[in-house]
Design a protein around this ligand. Structure first.
Ligand code: GDP
Length: 561
């Protein structure tokens, strides 16, 4: 039998191949139509479809995946009859074309209920930002005038049209780019700027437009010559501008470039302490390059503390809320997410995500990483042990609990080893363990469209699990965790090819770690004294996996009871 059309697919290629067997793409179900009457109609339709597909495909077994995903679309977590709040308590606006971005309306059916709610104040700020994006964004007269001024080199134009802009340059892996997008959005809101994202090669393939009635993608005819090559030595870099002009002469420049790479110089990291109202606000255009999640660092700047506190009274869910507002995978990516989820994860009693990122040359399999994964899942009772294989084991009792394990990683060896373990031997507690990995790309490829799409789909799949184990230092893991509102078990990065003791540790919060933060305090700016910035305020602490990184937590005394 041709496995590709057997309905037993276990990775992307096979799922896609099977979809081709049906001659159809899995349709995306419109949640507005998820009334029980519509459910009944859809089920009736499905009942009639196999023969039709059979006629076209000539194979009885071909439609398996398509049918599975359609049925599953009627309620991924068994909530088919409940109408859920797809607008997430006012976080999202109604009125978008649902067909053009299904994830915006469907993700609530695939994820747990929001564990943190947006405050009315944040919702109001979001509506104001949307209005600003529409009033000043691409296609408006205000945008045309602003880009003409940038092109012709007019300087010092602080309040023209009431429109100023933040251009984000995307770079590095997708995890970094997603953290950068959330960070830039937060910074744009804090500073009253329109956010425009340089699309790089893949941004438009990955995410829907977040703001109604406008675009967040930087127009292709953006007039700043060579802007993608800006580096920290640029004359317009924040470090250079402030060094040359201590009296605050930003108006001498037609734009300022914020170089916030994790390894940026101290002078450039001073931008984190900028009180935008006194200095940068005189510049209409700011270009930012960052690979870092800067939210914890912004919480250290007195100029923003009060506003951030009003927007996010709970500090441990900033990315979670921002990402649910801002990031909605395109239909192509969302189709990959839902087809895989519905086929392999949906019916399990429990889902465990294991995100494996090994920072070794060539991404070769490494035994001590497998040992670390197994030590962690055993220590935290996330996976059962196995019985000795000799002598044969009885079949699992009827009604045994099932656990689906989603493994993500560039290499397939870890997945294969864990799956084989539960194939060769029965689990010690009778649980039925199935192990799935959507892709095995072997090597990281920068700005590769399909790899980025798979990576994004896998981050979303991780976010749909119930518990998650991640690899320390990995922004891929940070995103998968925080999207789902999950508090991860983080595997500490091994130092010396040994399993660390302990192999993993429960994180303090779901928030991503800010790698490469500044080590000075904003009010004193004593850049030559190294300060422990993880000790300045109770809600910013050193990361579990990187002692020099910073992360947002909810201090015990402030946690809601
Ligand atoms: P980090 O390097 O772990 O911080 O994560 P990034 O996402 O920034 O960069 C790693 C890149 O490698 C990703 O964007 C993907 O292109 C690729 N990659 C790493 N792990 C995986 C994986 O599990 N699945 C897929 N599809 N790609 C991965």
């Amino acid at each position: 039998m041709d496995k590709k059309c057997s309905g037993e697919e276990s990775n992307w290629l096979e799922v896609e191949e099977a979809a081709r067997c049906t001659g159809k793409k899995a349709p995306i179900v419109n949640p507005r139509r998820w009334s029980s009457a519509a459910n009944a109609m859809a089920v009736a339709l499905i009942m009639t479809i196999p023969p039709i597909l059979f006629i076209f495909s000539g194979r009885l077994d071909a439609p398996a995946v398509w049918i599975k995903s359609t049925v599953a679309g009627l309620g991924a977590r068994g909530e088919s009859s409940k109408k859920l709040d797809v607008l997430l308590g006012g976080l999202l606006l109604p009125g978008f074309d649902e067909q053009s971005c299904a994830s915006r309306y469907q993700s609530v059916y695939y994820r747990k209920n929001m564990t943190r709610s947006p405050t009315p104040y944040l919702i109001d700020r979001l509506r104001r930002q949307e209005a600003l994006q529409r009033r000043c964004g691409p296609g408006t007269d205000a945008y045309r005038r602003a880009s003409d001024r940038l092109k012709s080199g007019v300087k010092g134009v602080d309040t023209v049209d009431g429109c100023s802009y933040l251009v984000l340059l995307s770079y590095r892996g997708l995890g970094n780019r997603i953290l950068a997008a959330a960070s830039a959005f937060l910074y744009a809101m804090l500073t009253g700027r329109v956010l425009l994202v340089d699309r790089g090669k893949t941004m438009g393939d990955l995410f829907c437009e977040p703001f109604p009635g406008t675009t967040w993608l930087l127009p292709l005819d953006f007039p700043l010559q060579g802007y993608r090559d800006l580096g920290e030595d640029a004359a317009e870099s924040y470090g250079n501008v402030t060094l040359r002009n201590e009296t605050g002469g930003s108006s001498e420049h037609r734009f300022v470039y914020m170089h916030l790479d994790h390894a940026a110089s101290v002078e450039n990291k001073l931008a984190y302490c900028d009180d935008h109202r006194q200095f940068l606000h005189r510049v209409q255009w700011v270009v930012m390059r960052t690979d870092v999640y800067i939210a914890p660092i912004l919480f250290l700047n007195p100029a923003y503390q009060q506003e951030l506190h009003r927007m996010f009274p709970r500090k441990d869910s900033v990315f979670y809320i921002v990402s649910r507002y801002l990031l909605h995978p395109t239909n192509d990516v969302w189709g990959m997410v839902t087809r895989f989820y519905d086929s392999y994860l949906k019916s399990a009693d429990e889902r465990l995500g294991i995100q494996i990122r090994v920072f070794v040359k060539d991404d070769k399999p490494v035994q001590h990483i497998l040992d670390q994964i197994l030590a962690c899942t055993s220590q935290e009772r996330l996976l059962p042990g196995v019985l000795p294989s000799a002598g044969g084991a009885p079949p699992p009792p009827a009604g045994a609990r099932s656990k689906a394990v989603l493994v993500t990683g560039l290499n397939g060896w870890y997945h294969d080893s864990i799956r084989e373990m539960y194939w060769r031997s029965a689990s010690a507690n009778g649980e039925v363990v199935s192990v799935h990995q959507p892709s095995r790309e072997e090597h990281q490829r920068m700005f590769h469209r399909m790899q980025d799409m798979k990576a994004l789909a896998e981050m979303y799949l991780l976010s749909m699990t119930d518990k998650i184990v991640t690899s320390g230092w990995s922004t891929f893991g940070y995103v998968g965790t925080a999207l789902g509102g999950l508090t991860p078990y983080i595997m500490i990065k091994p130092e010396d090819e040994q399993v660390p003791d302990p192999p993993c540790r429960r994180a303090m919060s779901m928030e991503p770690c800010a790698q490469g933060p500044p080590y000075f305090e904003c009010t004193r700016k004593e850049v030559d004294k190294l300060l422990d910035t993880g000790n300045l305020v109770p809600h910013v602490r050193a990361c579990e996996d990187m002692s020099w990184g910073l992360k947002l937590i909810e201090p015990i005394s402030e946690k809601d009871v």
